[in-house]
Design a protein around this ligand. Structure first.
Ligand code: ATP
Ligand code: MG
Length: 570
């Protein structure tokens, strides 16, 4: 990168003492306070000079590693015609997440949330022979999603920068190889960025296809939870964790029996009345899946994770039932629903794997004030489908080895996906094979949240004094603070120019009328890895060097600074 010297007195820059009132996460507070980003509207952000540098550094690292695996960079439009998204059904499936618009002639458009359709069309147009495959195309481009709760600053924007790539191959083996190359590139990218990350299994339901993994950056501010097994190393997004419970013989249980249970509106009161643990009761949550009433049966001591349910059932929509849904349904007795005689008839029944055939439960008797016991799965009711959609809890059994799982919060920074032929089928993407016959192409898609990675890094590296960037993404290598007197400012500027000429990226705080205390605090807030202070020793040609991360400080002669810094930067 070209070395540069910039002066805080002349760049567009202002720090804030106070974080915005609505800022919930540390990265949001600090990126705003340090003058990196400014909010334009909910989930829509401007990048100011220092922030733009960090964003560019992240994008550069992503680009270098994508180029290194043979990715070809392109730039497709963000404003897209709706027709291709009608072909795959995603124009409607995306629901409220999609920004839809109309041009002056009434034509339908959308702002691209991700580009599988457009890349598939491009390759169909450009590639005709097996000789041109495999190919990987990528772009670093602005994406649009009308997120329900755009919080946390640039962690979850409605407009955000993504690197998205798409691999096209003839065979499953070639697809697996492209996937593997992306996986390796992602590991290099996140390692270079200095992001602590984990690779976890992800749900691949909605997109179709087989293998899917997420790259997660552990952080308290993360909206994802991942499970990891201390015994065997298994790691998965909790959305993808699925226990399996072996079926048992449903015979041997007493016959189903109804019991009057007045005044037991909750699982707790019911369990206490019948003298059973909550885990022996079967709770049936009613939802609407694409408008159809569906009951989700889970043990009474567990909660249904609606996000996980939606993830598994996508693109179907999942809504909670409302009072109106009960209106025309006297058979659905609110608070007393049970699957016996109902599953597959009155509603579709999705059951947790813990409700395996052969297990017996206490559940609603489908009459007000009554429950039933010895309700046996596989005898008194059948599930239409088994699906693990409960909120995962620490200590749940590892699906791989059975040991207790640990849970942690994390930010999704990347996602890699073997899509298979879903999009190629939708658009009829074939190429001529070796034998002259058409072959259907198989695809992978791979994303990195470039702007989100900036916030994730801030989350992981900041301390109580401010941002604290790893050197490769920092907006400068060194931040020179001129304490205020003329001799100090002169020394700071001279040193800045000298370092700049030596190829070092320099930020000089030469602002007049700002107290040294404020300048030091701002230097720590901005988070450049090395801080140089032209202070008391300036008349004797001495400066102080402070490591932003460790806080270690020492004095050295100005003439030793270039050598010293070059050592730090290597
Ligand atoms: P999330 O579950 O966080 O909504 P996603 O799974 O919908 O993300 P993908 O479609 O996999 O996201 O997009 C690829 C990458 O783009 C994600 O791994 C993430 O890093 C980033 N990303 C997705 N949505 C946003 C957003 N609203 N703001 C910033 N980055 C995002
Ligand atoms: Mg994802």
């Amino acid at each position: 990168m070209a070395a540069s010297v910039s002066y805080l007195s002349s760049i567009l820059f202002k720090t804030l003492r106070e974080a915005p009132a609505d800022a919930e996460t540390r990265s949001h507070r600090l990126l705003v306070r340090a003058g990196y980003v400014r909010r334009s509207a909910a989930g829509i952000w401007s990048w100011l000079p220092l922030g733009k540098r960090v964003l560019d550094n992240v994008a550069r690292i992503v680009r270098e590693e994508m180029d290194a695996i043979g990715g070809q960079e392109v730039l497709l439009p963000a404003l897209l015609p709706r027709e291709p998204y009608d072909v795959t059904g995603r124009y409607t499936e995306y629901g409220n997440l999609l920004f839809r618009l109309t041009d002056r002639r009434g034509g339908g458009y959308l702002l691209g949330p991700t580009h599988e359709e457009i890349f598939t069309q491009l390759v169909k147009d450009q590639v005709t022979s097996y000789r041109d495959l495999p190919v990987t195309l990528y772009q670093i481009q602005t994406k649009y999603r009308d997120e329900a709760r755009p919080r946390s600053g640039v962690l979850r924007g409605r407009e955000f920068l993504m690197k998205d790539s798409y691999s096209f191959a003839l065979t499953d083996e070639e697809l697996a190889a492209a996937y593997g190359r992306h996986r390796e590139a992602y590991i290099r990218i996140f390692t270079r960025l200095g992001l602590d990350h984990r690779i976890v299994s992800a749900v691949s339901g909605a997109m179709g296809g087989s293998a899917s993994e997420e790259f997660l950056a552990p952080a308290a501010a993360g909206e994802d939870t991942f499970a990891h097994c201390p015994a065997c190393g298994y790691a998965a997004n909790t959305e993808a964790v699925a226990v399996s419970v072996p079926a048992a013989d449903p015979a041997g249980h007493p016959p189903l029996e109804e019991v009057a249970t007045p005044d037991t509106p909750t699982i707790e009161t019911l369990a206490a009345r019948l003298g059973v643990p909550a885990s022996a009761t079967l709770k049936n949550l009613l939802v609407k899946v694409d408008g159809e009433i569906t009951a989700v049966g889970v043990p009474g001591d567990r909660e249904v994770d609606l996000g996980k349910l939606a993830e598994h059932l996508a693109p179907a929509t999942v809504e909670v039932v409302t009072a109106e849904d009960f209106a025309g349904r006297p058979d659905l007795v609110r608070g007393y629903v049970g699957p016996q005689g109902m599953a597959g008839e009155a509603f579709r029944y999705l059951a947790d794997p813990r409700v395996a055939p052969g297990t017996a439960w206490v559940t609603g008797a489908n009459k007000p004030g009554a429950h039933a016991r010895y309700v046996v799965a596989g005898r008194d009711f059948e599930a239409d489908r088994y699906l693990d959609v409960v909120v995962a809890e620490p200590g749940d059994p590892c699906p791989a080895c059975g040991a207790g799982l640990n849970l942690d919060r994390a930010i999704e920074i990347g996602h890699i996906f073997q899509l298979g032929r879903k999009y190629a089928d939708a658009f009829g993407l074939d190429v001529l094979g070796r034998d002259g016959r058409p072959v259907r192409v198989t695809m992978g898609c791979y994303g990195i949240g470039v702007s989100r990675a900036v916030a994730a890094l801030a989350e992981q590296t900041a301390d109580e004094r401010g941002l604290c960037w790893p050197r490769e993404v920092a907006p400068a290598d060194v931040h020179i603070v001129a304490a205020g007197r003329a001799v100090q400012t002169e020394l700071a500027r001279d040193l800045g120019e000298r370092l700049g000429a030596a190829g070092i990226r320099v930020l000089v705080d030469d602002r007049a009328g700002v107290s040294p205390g404020v300048k030091f605090a701002d230097a720590e807030l901005i988070g450049v890895p090395t801080i140089l202070i032209a202070g008391r020793g300036a008349p004797e040609g001495r400066v102080e060097l402070q490591d932003r991360r460790t806080g270690v400080r020492f004095e050295l002669p100005v003439d030793d600074v270039p050598t010293r810094l070059r050592k730090e930067i290597r």
